[in-house]
Design a protein around this ligand. Sequence first.
Ligand code: ZN
Length: 461
Amino acid sequence: MTYMEEISPLKTIMDIWKVKQSKPEDLLSRQQSRLADLISFARSNSRYYAQKYRELPEHITSLQQLPPVTKSELMTHFNDWVTDPEVTIESVKEFVSDMSLIGHLYLGRYMVSTTSGSTGVPGIFIQDKGSDTVMKSLVAFRGTIKLKWSDMLKIVVKGGRNAAVCSTAGHFTAFSTAERLRLKRPSNGKIKVFSIHSPLSTLVKELNAYQPVVLGGYATVMEILAEEHKAGRLHIQPVAILLGGEKLYPNIRAKLESVFQARVLDMYGSTEATAMTFECEEGHFHVNTDWIIFEPVDEYYQPVPPGKQSHSVLITNLANRIQPLIRYELTDRVIMSLEPCKCGRPFPVIQVEGRTDDILKFSATNGQIVNILPLALKTIVEEIPGVKRFQLIQTASDQLTVRLEMDEDNSRDQVWENVREALLDYFATQGLITISIEKSNELPQRNPKSGKYQHIWIGLS
Ligand SMILES: [Zn+2]
């Protein structure tokens, strides 16, 4: 029986606990035995990996013998990639197109999340129960180490209400995870989703009514909520603020801490591996290398040494079997730290360049400035059928320019019209009725200087 087959929540937790005190060598030996297990499983159960690794020796001695994989490649070979023949791209697409199924299990046993990711290629990621157990335990036991016992006590005493402020436009990780927890215990009201697509005044009103003690969401959302708190419209006193999905800049962290007087916990993860890192008391991201292999690489997939910024990262998720991710490219740029962290934990420290979409600021007809969350716009556009890649650029105080690449097999005029209408509808809900939306003749492209693919930014001329 392999390690993954015998895994149970209790064993996982015990193991995560034991690793806490262990040496880097112990971490490595756990990682290597899990890797050998995963490679052999993928070769026997995924037609895609069997084919890709067919020329390779039976015993892999170094990870670098294995070719890297990309999202577009895996999505193209979806039905050969997955290790359960009941899982197909056709049925999973049908599942994610039904919004009433958010938080439900696909085929009664798998969690599903969708992403556009920073390269603009849409992805559908499936997690099995083993992976869910591991990722949840990592979040619960390492992701919260910054919380003190007094914080925990306050959370319980104040009623334990969790608010997940997230995009509700699709089966995104934050939304589907929160919904799954809510559906498990629908009556206790300890978790509630708040949509970033609501007008800001509605969101503030709903949060005031719910009075969350744990507030989760993206940095740009929290930044706007902090402004609402300072302006005297938002009246909540969360004990902890949990962040993820966007870069948290030190000035925004300081603002959140001072405005809300709350413990701020950040996490760098991805839809493909939700609990990739945890933040320690020193404010550093440590990689959970007992479950995730993390290789910063250059543009030729060659290793980048500590102290130097990578072009991208290859991750290997050792916990998930249904869709093996082995040397999978994430387009994030990171720097692996040269020095061990003062906290003394054996896990390596990384700095992440992070995703850099801007909060857009438009003028309403009454002269008021309305903040528009990049993630709200992003998730609206990426859900429109026929949209392949896009970029939104604010070119004037009342103007948005759209760069759009569409699928071949859709009516292009219709796709563009749907994008335009969806954006206009959204702006109208925010009280912006005079925004002009134009289509650019240019296709989406990476920033020529940074090489980063940005979705949304202010580019006033
Ligand atoms: Zn540390």
